[in-house]
Design a protein around this ligand. Sequence first.
Ligand SMILES: CC(C)(COP(=O)(O)OP(=O)(O)OC[C@H]1O[C@@H](n2cnc3c(N)ncnc32)[C@H](O)[C@@H]1OP(=O)(O)O)[C@@H](O)C(=O)NCCC(=O)NCCS
Length: 154
Amino acid sequence: MVSNASINDSKDVTICSPKTDQDFLNYYQLRWEVLRKPWGQPKGSEKDSHESNFYHLMAEKSSEVVGVGCIRVLDNDVAQIRFMAVSPKHNKKGVGKMILKGLEEYAGRKKKARIKLYARETAVPFYLKSGYNIIGDGYTFFEVIKHKQMEKTL
Ligand SMILES: CC(C)(COP(=O)(O)OP(=O)(O)OC[C@H]1O[C@@H](n2cnc3c(N)ncnc32)[C@H](O)[C@@H]1OP(=O)(O)O)[C@@H](O)C(=O)NCCC(=O)NCCS
């Protein structure tokens, strides 16, 4: 569990790392439902081949996983945030912000100076609110989901 009380200030929502097999099942289920299922992508498509190298956080409310996100440290002074997803019924309640803060704190503990990410254009305002800047265009996923490259200096 992330101990910093400041990221647990949204009522009844707890941020922690998935630990058990069931935690990871629930974690990937939400990632798939939010980031892959709407585009007809099969189960399994939500996973990267380097998952074990990522630091994962999930938000739980009443034992339900309502948000997920992860970060990986890269070779230089950079970390990359990936696969941020909040259950639609819990959007705009501060859950994404809590996960993002926990991932940024992890990057800080790893002495990283910058965080980069590829943001879906629809998520750009969310990242702008947390201090990320657009630094360029990103790729287009499934031929329709356009991304922006964003970065934040810690
Ligand atoms: C992007 C996402 C993770 C944001 O999670 P969330 O829990 O809804 O966001 P929060 O409630 O923590 O929002 C934090 C701030 O950003 C703002 N914000 C969030 N999404 C926004 C949006 N789409 N447009 C404008 N502002 C937005 C909130 O209003 C809030 O502002 P405040 O701090 O002034 O109150 C979530 O909408 C999501 O899962 N989207 C679908 C998947 C996706 O696009 N993932 C990102 C892949 S790059």
